[in-house]
Design a protein around this ligand. Structure first.
Ligand SMILES: [Zn+2]
Length: 243
């Protein structure tokens, strides 16, 4: 848990919460003001940049129906204290269409969906859900990492998922990636640069970075398709990360 200590900005556990009655006193509903308040801290670290420049950041807050609080315990009352993982996705549709979906109120729980952030083709990072909150980026899912299988069930109807301890970020797909084909033309240099910059500021070691395809248990997810993991890691390792 030294990771949590090293970067106080994302102390996932201390911001986790379980009982509904505490909701109002711990975290205010996400507003543009609170997100804006957080953003400068992204660049305010000891993390040093080896190459590239600081990406442009935008804020497009999701509707509160599309995200929630991180739980302290699972549905059976067991502690849910997993360290953070990063789950990589792609949007398939355009970035703006994804943002529009996240900003649309959804009363049907099956339609509630969000990422914490996405990265446009031009490399701009769009912050959508506060990292302290629980974005709804993966359904039925398990992270099979160095500590064995990790998943947290928080809902009586839905299977366990990684959402309780995940930071979900998504790359805007190219226009030839709109369908279900296995491959497309891939992501821009600016997207790889921004992704590395973003992940370098999260308290997550390499072995806790994964993809939606890898954690998905439904057999229906294959994102991010055509992702060059070696290129991404090379860029990520250009940063001095304290963990
Ligand atoms: Zn996905």
């Amino acid at each position: 848990m030294m990771v949590m200590v090293a970067i106080a900005f994302f102390p996932l556990k201390s911001h986790s919460m379980a009982p509904l009655q505490y909701k109002a006193t711990i975290v205010s509903p996400l507003t543009e003001a609170t997100l804006q308040d957080v953003l400068p801290k992204f660049t305010d670290k000891n993390t040093s940049v080896a190459t590239g420049s600081t990406p442009v950041e935008e804020v497009a807050p999701a509707d509160p129906s599309n995200y929630g609080y991180r739980y302290l315990t699972d549905i059976d009352g067991n502690p849910a204290n997993n360290a953070m993982i990063v789950v990589l996705h792609e949007t398939v549709g355009s970035a703006n269409s994804a943002i529009n979906t996240f900003q649309t109120p959804h009363t049907d729980e099956n339609s509630q969906v969000s990422y914490h952030s996405l990265i446009r083709r031009n490399g701009n990072i769009v912050h959508i859900v506060h990292p302290q909150m629980r974005a709804f980026g993966a359904g039925n899912s398990v992270f099979d990492g160095p500590n064995g299988p990790e998943t947290v069930r928080t809902h009586p109807v839905f299977p366990g998922s990684v959402n309780n301890f995940a930071y979900h970020t998504s790359l805007e797909s190219p226009s030839d990636g709109r369908g279900n084909q296995r491959r497309h033309s891939g992501y821009t240099e600016a997207q790889y640069q921004s992704l590395a910059w973003l992940i370098a500021h999260l308290p997550v070691p390499d072995e806790r970075i994964t993809t939606h395809e890898a954690v998905d248990q439904s057999g229906s997810r294959m994102d991010p398709r055509s992702f060059d993991g070696r290129k991404f890691l090379r860029l990520l390792h250009g940063y001095n990360r304290p963990y």
